[in-house]
Design a protein around this ligand. Structure first.
Ligand code: SUD
Ligand code: ADP
Length: 313
């Protein structure tokens, strides 16, 4: 598949690792909670996009599986079996072995640039990147739908991340994916106050589970202003409980909302990372710089246009 080959690269020619794959931040433009399953997991409705702000996963073929960590947020993470990259690699290898393949190992290196436990699915994006990369490197050739199924066993957010950078609507607990409406190119600034905010703790404080699925215009949205007008009828229902867990969410949202050129400021996922949505690059870059100078982690990145809805494979 041409698109898949282009998304990840063989980087030897550039002097890098043999194989590499970006792991983009997952941003929930809205997040409604529709109910709760008997097992306690919540039913969601969320429009998910992937700005060009990412961890990087690299790999070399090897006999065994190993992981080294790098980057500004690498130090706080385990490189063992509890790292979602290793868990995903093992799950993919197990599936392939059950189906008669004999995948070799991989020497993996994760450059961790996204803050951990921060509502932008960094761990899920890393796991999804591992599934995509090793699927190619090991010559398995599973379709993304199979990678998503393997990922779901490790985390509710992994299926949507398998399809990155394609914007999608996520429902169920995260396993039901449908096409997003057509979206324009726009810019996101992500800002995080530096306080890890565990997803389970936020869901544990949730008082309202009576949201409805958002309705999107069939013709989609031609520019950022039209998208923001549609988002006005939606919210992130995890914001109230996240503010209880991490009160700094309030100041983060205030700082983004005050940035010149911002059209919308909202929290992503279970927080504490918040996003500002911009129509143009220059004010987005300026806002990220100002937030960094104010002591937060902040990055700006473009979201590529989403074409008219097409089947998900
Ligand atoms: C809230 C979301 C929105 O995109 O993002 P994040 O804030 O994590 O980025 C996701 O649904 C998170 O997905 P993920 O981070 O993979 O969650 P998991 O590891 O599967 O679950 C962590 C914990 O969150 C709660 N959980 C998660 C997903 C879900 N649909 N209902 C839940 O109640 C459960 O308490 C679970 O034990
Ligand atoms: N590669 C990884 N990157 C980030 N977190 C990881 C990774 N592997 C395992 N984890 C664990 O997953 C949890 C969720 O992390 P993350 O996906 O960054 O946050 P969130 O679910 O809020 O978006 C963290 O508490 C962390 O310990």
């Amino acid at each position: 598949m041409a698109a898949e080959a282009a998304a990840g690269t063989r980087a030897e020619a550039r002097g890098g690792a043999a194989w590499s794959e970006p792991a983009r931040a997952k941003v929930n433009l809205h997040l409604h909670v529709l109910g709760r399953r008997p097992d306690g997991l919540h039913l969601l409705d969320s429009l998910v996009v992937f700005p060009d702000i990412a961890d990087l996963l690299e790999a070399e073929p090897a006999r065994a599986l190993s992981l080294s960590l790098d980057g500004p947020f690498g130090a706080g993470l385990s490189a063992g079996a509890d790292n979602l990259v290793i868990a995903a690699a093992e799950a993919l290898a197990a599936r392939a072995a059950r189906e008669g393949a004999q995948p070799a190992g991989a020497a993996l290196r994760l450059v961790k640039r996204l803050p951990v436990a921060s509502g932008i699915g960094g761990g899920s994006a890393d796991a999804a990147a591992a599934l995509r990369l090793l699927n190619r490197m090991w010559g398995l050739d599973y379709p993304r739908s199979v990678l998503a199924e393997i990922g779901l066993g490790l985390g509710a957010d992994i299926p949507v991340c398998v399809h990155a950078p394609r914007a999608l609507v996520m429902s169920g607990i995260g396993e039901v994916l449908s096409p997003a409406p057509a979206l324009p190119r726009f810019w996101l600034v992500l800002a995080n106050p530096g306080v890890a905010t565990p997803t389970g703790a936020v869901f544990g404080r949730l008082a309202h589970r009576d949201g409805r699925a958002a309705a999107w215009a069939a013709e989609g949205y031609a520019d950022a202003a039209a998208l923001v007008a549609a988002l006005a009828g939606t919210s992130n229902m995890l914001e109230a409980p996240a503010r209880e867990v991490t009160p700094q969410v309030g100041a983060t949202l205030d700082a983004l909302a005050a940035a010149p050129g911002v059209l919308q400021a909202r929290m992503s996922g279970s927080g504490a990372t918040c996003f500002g949505l911009f129509a143009r690059e220059k004010p987005a870059l300026a806002a990220a710089q100002a937030l960094r100078e104010a002591g937060m982690w902040a990055e700006a990145g473009a979201v590529a246009p989403t074409p008219a809805p097409a089947p998900i494979r």
